[in-house]
Design a protein around this ligand. Structure first.
Ligand code: NAD
Length: 336
C-alpha cells in the first residue's frame, strides 16, 4: 500500500524499513509534522502514518480525505490528537498500536522516579565538575511510601506491580475498572481524589480525554500531601502546568518528573539547541532543581520501535487486503 509517513525521524525509517521487508509497502517519508499546512503532501496516498504530535483535527482530516486517504495509522497508543468523529464522518479508518511495549514506558517511569528521588542527574553533573559534596542530594527510600497510580491499564499495571512487589510501596490506584491481579498483590483501589490526596508519589497512566484534561489542577494540588512527587509519562495535558509551577514555587510539590508536556508539540523531537525557546512556561519549569524533564522518550526502545513498525505495517496490509482492522479505533469504541 502507498503510505505517506509524517514526522519521520531516522529511527522511524530504520525500523519501518526493516519491518517492511516482510510487507513490501510503498513508503514515502516526510520529516514534516502533519497539520493543515502540510496535509497536501499526502495527496494521492491512500494511507497516512503519523505520530503523537501530528494534528488530525477535522480540517486536516478533510484535506486528507479529499486527497484520497482512507486510512490513518498512528504509530502510537494514544489517539488524543485525532478527531475520531470527523474521521468516521469522512470514511477514514483510524488504527493505532494499542500495546507495543508497555514495559518500555513502565521501566522508564520507574527510572524517572529513582533518578528524581535520589538526585541522580544533579549528582552526575556535580561529579563531572569534580564536586563530590553530598549536600542537597539527600533522597528518600521508596520502600514504605504510598504511590498513587492513576490508570492501571497496560503501563500503569506494570508500574503498580513494580512499585508494590519490587520496592515495597503501598499502592493506591484509580481506574474505571479494577485489575483483580493487582488487588491480589495488595494494590488498593480508591476514588481518584482520595488517591491524589493520600499519595506521596503520583504517577499518571490514564489516556488524555476531555474528562482527564487537567486531572492535576490547582485544587487537587492544594489537597495533595506536602512534598508530593508527580510523575507524568502519559500525556502532558493531564496536568495544568501553570498550577504545577505554582505548587513547585510554594514548596507544596516536592518534585516533578515529566516525559510529556502540555505544549510539547512546539518543542519535542527537534534539536532546538541553537534557538531561543519562546515557551516561558517550559523555561520556568527547567529552572527548578527538583524537576526532571525528558522529551517524550519513554517509548524509545529497540523492542518498542520494532513492535510499532510491525503492527503499523500489518494494519496497512490488512486494510489493503480488506481484512478486519484489529487495531482500529473509533469514536464509539472510545466511548465504550
Ligand atoms: P491502556 O489503555 O492500556 O490503559 C489506560 C488505563 O486508563 C485503562 O485501564 C483505563 O480504564 C484507564 N482510564 C481511563 N480513564 C481514566 C480515568 N478518568 N481515571 C483513571 N483511569 C482511567 O493504555 P496504556 O498502554 O497503559 O497507556 C497509557 C497512556 O500512556 C496512553 O494513553 C498514552 O497517552 C501514554 N503513553 C505514553 C508513552 C510515552 O512514550 N511517554 C508511550 C505510550 C503510551
Amino acid at each position: 500500500m502507498r503510505v505517506a509517513v509524517f514526522s519521520t525521524k531516522l529511527y522511524d525509517r530504520r525500523f519501518l524499513d526493516a519491518a517492511n521487508r516482510g510487507f513490501g509497502h510503498d513508503i514515502r517519508y516526510f520529516e514534516a509534522r502533519l497539520d493543515a499546512s502540510t496535509a497536501a503532501l499526502a495527496e494521492g496516498f491512500p494511507a497516512v502514518c503519523v505520530f503523537v504530535n501530528d494534528r488530525l483535527d477535522a480540517a486536516v482530516l478533510e484535506a486528507l480525505a479529499k486527497g484520497g486517504a482512507r486510512l490513518v495509522a498512528l504509530r502510537c497508543a494514544g489517539y488524543n490528537n485525532v478527531d475520531l468523529e470527523a474521521a468516521e464522518r469522512l470514511g477514514v479508518s483510524v488504527v493505532r498500536v494499542p500495546a507495543y511495549s508497555p514495559e518500555a514506558v513502565a521501566e522508564f517511569t520507574i527510572g524517572l522516579i529513582l533518578a528524581l528521588d535520589r538526585n541522580i542527574p544533579r549528582a552526575w553533573t556535580r561529579v563531572r565538575d569534580n564536586n563530590f559534596a553530598l549536600d542537597g542530594l539527600i533522597g528518600r527510600n521508596l520502600s514504605g511510601r504510598t504511590a498513587g497510580v492513576v490508570g492501571t491499564g497496560r503501563i500503569g499495571a506494570l508500574v503498580a506491580r513494580t512499585l508494590r512487589l519490587g520496592f515495597g510501596c503501598e499502592v493506591l490506584a484509580s481506574d474505571l475498572v479494577e485489575d483483580p491481579e493487582l488487588v491480589a498483590i495488595g494494590v488498593r483501589y480508591a476514588p481518584v481524589d482520595q488517591v491524589l490526596r493520600e499519595a506521596d508519589l503520583i504517577t499518571l497512566h490514564c489516556p488524555l480525554t476531555p474528562g482527564t484534561r487537567h486531572l492535576i489542577d490547582r485544587d487537587r494540588l492544594a489537597a495533595a500531601r506536602p512534598g508530593v512527587m508527580i510523575v507524568n509519562t502519559s500525556r502532558g495535558a493531564l496536568i495544568d502546568t501553570a498550577a504545577l509551577i505554582g505548587g513547585l514555587k510554594s514548596g507544596k510539590v516536592g518534585s516533578v518528573a515529566l516525559d510529556v508536556y502540555e505544549q510539547e508539540a512546539d518543542l519535542f523531537f527537534e534539536d532546538l539547541s541553537n534557538e531561543i525557546v519562546q515557551d516561558d512556561v517550559f523555561q520556568r519549569l527547567l529552572t527548578f532543581p527538583n524537576v526532571l524533564i525528558t522529551g517524550h522518550q519513554a517509548f524509545l526502545t529497540e523492542e518498542a520501535l520494532s513492535a510499532i513498525a510491525e503492527t503499523t505495517l500489518g494494519s496497512l496490509a490488512d486494510a489493503e487486503a480488506g481484512r478486519a482492522l484489529t487495531c482500529q479505533i473509533t469514536a464509539r469504541s472510545v466511548r465504550g
